[in-house]
Design a protein around this ligand. Structure first.
Ligand SMILES: [Zn+2]
Length: 251
């Protein structure tokens, strides 16, 4: 996508690979079964080894490759992403040992400087979980949002500490950074205006659901509304993870 930054879509979350003369910095590592594909894709553009893997958050489709990278790379995440993996939150989504916790963690920011290039991993507040890092490539003016931007509507992982109220504040913090290209957690590459639109849609959805809950609508009513308006299918992960928590948080 840029001279030395590559994106790998397909199965699981979007991976970014930043190539330097002293090694590769990888953002997210998809599922355990995607390991070889990632390694092969990186090998097709550089002979440099993958030295750092930064997880945007604890979910298996972003951190599922950790176990296979840990022997040869330094794996980094927020402290809360590590805690979430250790506590096996959202059973069925985190399946140890593939989703192994990072060795190196941070609470507000950690910068990796390699081969004269810089990557900044920054915790900007709760949203999708309570441990989402946004990854900033200052020289390229690129931001990888993890699942703070993914799909057409937000998935709030309340068991992983997520918050629909905090989500927009977290994105407001991220939007203060100087960038013009956005790699979302899932889906096509976009720009800063695309992220702003996503943020505004999160707010709109929250306001609509808040209004329903304050009118006294039941959880079943809200579930039906989400199905009709946002295509959250019955039994989907959105319905299971987000709706009960929304009833609590937005009342
Ligand atoms: Zn996720």
């Amino acid at each position: 996508m840029k001279d030395d930054l590559y994106e790998i879509e397909g199965d699981g979350g979007n991976v970014a690979a930043y190539i330097t003369d002293e090694g590769v910095i990888l953002i997210d590592d998809k599922f355990d079964q995607d390991h070889q594909t990632i390694v092969d894709d990186v090998k097709s553009v550089t002979s440099q080894p993958i030295k750092y893997v930064i997880n945007t958050h604890y979910h298996q489709d972003h951190s599922g490759g950790n176990a296979k990278f840990l022997p040869t790379a330094e794996v980094i995440s927020t402290a809360m992403a590590r805690t979430n993996i250790l506590e096996h939150k959202q059973l069925g989504n985190v399946q140890p040992p593939a989703v192994s916790p990072a060795r190196v963690t941070f609470t507000t920011e950690l910068d990796v400087n390699l081969g004269g290039k810089e990557v900044r991993a920054i915790y900007m507040g709760r949203g999708h979980t309570n441990g989402d890092a946004v990854i900033y490539f200052p020289a390229l003016r690129v931001l990888h949002t993890g699942d703070l931007m993914a799909g057409t509507s937000p998935l709030i992982d309340y068991n992983g500490g997520g918050s629909l109220i905090e989500w927009t504040k977290t994105l407001d913090n991220a939007l203060k950074l100087d960038f013009d290209t956005v790699i979302p957690g899932h889906g096509a590459i976009t720009d800063k205006a695309g992220l702003q639109t996503y943020r505004d849609n999160v707010e709109k959805m929250r306001d609509r659901v808040s209004a329903l809950i304050r009118e006294g609508k039941s959880q079943a009513d809200v579930a039906q509304f989400m199905e009709t308006e946002y295509k959250w299918a019955p039994g989907s992960i959105q319905q299971k993870w987000s709706v009960p928590g929304m009833m609590q948080e937005l009342k």
